[in-house]
Write a protein that binds this ligand. Structure first.
Ligand code: NAD
Length: 457
């Protein structure tokens, strides 16, 4: 039997070896979900909501254990693991509060002769293929509303966050989700691809553009709802009227939180020439103040990278930038210790010929580019194939609105960054993906409307 080895990225030590799925076991699981789904759909929404309310209570009761597992398997500093879990509770609360209104049947015409109604039905069996960087957030954005609206879920956690995935599996079943309504499949990319060979009614994927493109090609001619939440190269612009210190502190956090491994991490910064030097000075000072080290220790802010090969991507971006004339302000290399460690790195004097300003870094590294004004900043912000988030720091709300309306991005930020709200739709332009999670759009994503035309006899 195939197994999946789980390793602690902070020191390379083995954590677990789990039995993994293969094509035959995935097919058997998909068949079980197909049989179980109608029974789950038939239960009243109040029942399904009560089950998910019990799941929420279990997560709240176990936060310390869950946070520790997450930190051990992905290297996320413990305080940030706790933050993710607390944020996850808020998202469950949002879905519980909104699901009834978002999926309520609506009569849109009743003129005596004809009645027209819209009802929302679950898709059926959906595949939930998840990334490792925020497994509670990106997994939960799918399985919580999918289950609430009556779908069965075939859940594949990332191979780098499978212990977390198994905690989720255990708690959902203990809360009362039937064993065949939520089924976890264990393994890496090949197991994900085998899952997509099954008869499913929706595919909800979070991960890289490269994998998203493979999945889109695999799903090609199949008439199945496909949502892809992919990478980013998210820009922020600091205008000349912004407070350089406040903006630097906010953006350093946006670039380095979760060790730079967030889909909406700040990945490019443009600063008006009038405040560029002051901004850079505060930025570097803030980054040098971040405590790196054992992710389980109190006060740690920077942990290891989750995946070893990403170290080479970061090294190549630094080398490429320096060869083309960038200036290294701090960091710049791996740390010589067991595990996957890279120094928090700040580059200035960068431009768009450099990979660090074009390709997703997904690590603790940032390029800061000087600009002459809003027009140049906007042109550079839009010079990308991605479009997840973008931000601007200025005292002037109108000035920010003028620029942010023209930016290609699903989410825009005024004087903030690296922020996700359950109340707002989460989506990307361009290569950052297709479809929407969160908000009421992210509930209706798991349903399809049925149109009723009713003529009284
Ligand atoms: P990844 O693409 O390597 O893997 C994601 C998932 O896809 C994993 O579960 C993996 O096993 C599975 N997979 C791999 N190959 C597959 C295949 N051929 N068929 C089916 N499944 C397959 O991505 P990752 O490293 O886990 O995540 C990091 C990426 O995710 C970054 O690019 C980040 O920006 C992006 N991300 C985006 C969002 C968003 O909301 N837009 C959120 C979090 C992460």
């Amino acid at each position: 039997m195939k197994t999946l080895k789980i390793v602690n990225p902070a020191d390379g030590s083995p954590l677990a070896e789990l039995p993994a799925d293969d094509a035959a076991s995935v097919a058997a699981k998909a068949a079980r979900a197909r049989v179980a789904q109608p029974g789950w759909q038939a239960r009243p929404l109040a029942d399904r909501s009560a089950v998910m309310g019990r799941f929420r209570a279990a997560v709240a009761a176990e936060i310390e254990t869950l946070a520790k597992t997450l930190t051990q398997e992905v290297g996320k500093p413990l305080a940030q693991s706790r933050n993710e879990l607390n944020g996850f509770l808020g998202r469950i609360d949002f879905f519980l509060a909104e699901v009834a209104a978002a999926t309520a049947a609506e009569t849109v015409l009743a003129d005596g002769a004809m009645t027209e109604r819209i009802e929302h039905e679950p898709l059926g069996v959906v595949a939930n293929i998840s990334a490792w960087n925020y497994p509670y957030f990106v997994g939960g954005n799918v399985f919580v509303p999918a289950l609430l609206t009556g779908n069965a879920v075939l859940y594949k956690p990332s191979e780098f966050a499978t212990l977390t995935g198994l905690h989720i599996d255990r708690m959902l079943h203990a809360a009362g989700v039937p064993a065949d309504v939520f089924i976890t499949v264990v393994g890496a990319g090949a197991v994900g691809a085998a899952l997509l060979e099954q008869r499913v009614d929706g595919v909800f994927f979070t991960g890289s553009v490269a994998t998203g493109a493979k999945i889109a090609a695999q799903m090609g001619a199949r008439m199945v709802r496909l949502q892809l939440e992919l990478g980013g190269k998210d820009p922020s612009y600091v205008a000349d009227d912004a407070d350089p210190k406040a903006a630097a502190e906010s953006l350093a956090d946006g670039a380095m939180y979760n060790t730079g491994q967030s889909c909406c991490s700040v990945e490019r910064i443009y600063v008006h020439e009038r405040i560029h030097d002051a901004f850079v000075e505060h930025f570097v000072q803030t980054v040098q103040g971040f405590k790196a080290g054992d992710p389980l220790a109190d006060g740690t802010y920077i942990g290891p990278l989750t995946r070893g090969p990403q170290l080479e991507v970061l090294e190549a971006q630094v080398a490429d930038a320096l060869a083309k004339g960038a200036r290294l302000m701090t960091g710049g290399k791996r740390v010589a210790r067991a595990g996957h460690w890279f120094e928090p790195t700040v580059l200035t004097g960068v431009d768009h010929t450099m990979a660090v300003m074009r390709d997703e870094s997904f690590g603790p590294i940032i390029g800061i580019q000087k600009v002459k004004g809003d027009d140049e900043a906007l042109a550079l912000m839009n010079d990308t194939r991605y479009g997840l988030t973008a931000g601007m720091y200025t005292r002037d709300e109108q000035r920010a609105a003028r620029l942010l309306r023209k930016v290609h991005a699903g989410s825009v930020y005024w004087n903030c960054c690296d922020r996700v709200s359950p109340r707002l739709p989460w989506s990307g332009h361009g290569d950052s993906g297709v479809g929407v999670t969160l908000s009421t759009y992210g509930i209706q994503a798991f349903t399809r409307p049925r149109a009723w035309h009713l003529r009284a006899p």
